[in-house]
Unconditional design. Structure first.
Length: 285
């Protein structure tokens, strides 16, 4: 995180933009228990969209449905997302409003929300998690819509019956799903964001889709979306090599419970984050 405030996030996005790199904004927080708070969250994201437009940023937003009341009132949640998509579409540069994916118990409700919104708005995207056994089936359902999909590996702790457990199995699923979205979705205008820091996997996807005449310029292929502060050197290298890249910038005061919960849910994340600091510490010596 560059900081807790929107101003911190905007500052980071402006630095990326100076280097030709786009961004995504997400304010941390989820699982609201008071529906009245959801309106305030929606108002905040309206402010974010207005700031993006005013500053001419190549930036978009990513919102968790439970942050807009999905646990309490799905219809109100739809209304908030509908408002955000309509507001974004009315701005000079209509960016995508991304619907983030949470644990497996929310997948059906989140996909249903996306399908309803896609009927009304072209500028809406959804996140799918490659490690879930069901995801290829979800891709089959969504492909006819010409969707925008950010594909991630998945960070929640899920049982073996729901999700692949080994890295090899997750990687194999990610590769197959990414190619299905990129290659089969090409004709329908599908936009694909590879939300992973696995550069080896990204380059393999690029090679296999490239063999079918699909470039890495984002027009009919894909873009790479990495979290702020994680493998930024690789993000910049990919950008220099012609990939379209974005940095997902998280901010907000709820960072501590979010961070601790993610580490508790998937202990392997601790090692992954720790590895990001080793090169930095080495360079400072």
């Amino acid at each position: 995180m560059p900081g807790e405030t929107l101003a911190d996030a905007i500052g980071a996005a402006r630095r990326f933009q100076a280097d030709g790199i786009g961004t995504l904004f997400t304010r941390l927080g989820e699982n609201l228990t008071d529906l009245s708070e959801a309106g305030g969250v929606a108002d905040h994201y309206i402010e974010v969209l207005d700031e993006i437009a005013a500053r001419g940023l190549d930036a978009e937003i990513s919102v968790k449905p439970t942050q807009l009341g999905l646990d309490i009132d799905p219809e109100a949640t739809f209304g908030h997302h509908d408002r955000l998509c309509a507001h974004a579409a009315a701005l000079p540069r209509s960016g995508t409003v991304w619907i983030d994916m949470e644990s497996s118990v929310y997948v059906d409700a989140t996909i249903d929300l996306y399908v309803r919104l896609r009927e009304r708005h072209a500028n809406v995207g959804i996140c799918l998690q490659a490690y879930l056994h069901r995801t290829m089936g979800d891709i089959e359902r969504l492909l006819p819509l010409g969707p925008s999909v950010r594909l991630v590996k998945g960070a929640y702790s899920e049982p073996r019956s729901v999700a692949a457990q080994s890295r090899a199995d997750v990687d194999a699923s990610y590769l197959a799903q990414a190619l299905a979205l990129i290659v089969r979705g090409r004709a329908g205008g599908t936009r694909v964001g590879l939300g992973t820091h696995d550069v080896v996997l990204i380059e393999r996807i690029a090679a296999e889709s490239g063999a079918q005449g699909i470039g890495r310029d984002g027009k009919d292929g894909f873009e790479v979306q990495m979290l702020y502060g994680i493998r930024e050197d690789e993000l910049r290298r990919l950008h220099a090599e012609g990939y379209v890249v974005r940095s997902l910038i998280a901010y907000g005061s709820h960072w501590y419970p979010w961070y601790v919960r993610r580490l508790a849910e998937r202990p392997a994340n601790v090692l992954f984050v720790a590895r990001q600091f080793v090169p930095r510490l080495t360079r400072r010596r």
